[in-house]
Design a binder for this molecule. Sequence first.
Ligand code: ADP
Length: 194
Amino acid sequence: MTRLLLIGPPGAGKGTQAARLAEAYLIPAISTGDIFRSNVKNETELGKKAKAYMDAGDNVPDSLTNDLIRHRLAEPDAQAGFLLDGYPRTEDQVRELDDFLEGHGAALDLVIELVADPDVVVARLRKRASEQGRSDDDETVVRHRLDVYRQQTEPLIDVYDARRVLVRVDALGSIDDVTARIVRALADRGVPQP
Ligand code: ADP
């Protein structure tokens, strides 16, 4: 049973690493950003509510996000563990996740912080904007997403550090190097690859 969480600024490579770690640890990667984007694409009720916030680079309201994650974590494939990417990103979401896990007699094993310099992440997102055309990768929106991250999500790092579950990993370098660093850091903290 492995319960992990990836945290870091937009552009740090969470989605890329999450997919690789899911494979390596045989757990589903659960990305709230991906779930929202697929809802927007399919024009669901949730997607319609979330779209304006996402396009502006703001967090979708906690009420919508918490509901969604409760349902997702209750699905069968998440019972053997999971890797959360992009959730929690506010203190309210931390409380919600704590409640949910406590209710199941569970807790997070480790929180992986992907550490990246803001200039580097802005450059990466600029590249992604030209390659993938994600509507929230426009330069002004990117800057705003970084501000939102700093204000609402960065404080969570101290919360998890105080709980002694935080591992910091340098997010610069090749994708393979970063994955290898994470795998090593997890092994050092008693979470070996299956
Ligand atoms: P990034 O971290 O690179 O900005 P994500 O794919 O994680 O990208 O998120 C994209 C957008 O989806 C966010 O800007 C926000 O609007 C919304 N979102 C994703 N996860 C959450 C969450 N946990 N709470 C609120 N909004 C979220």
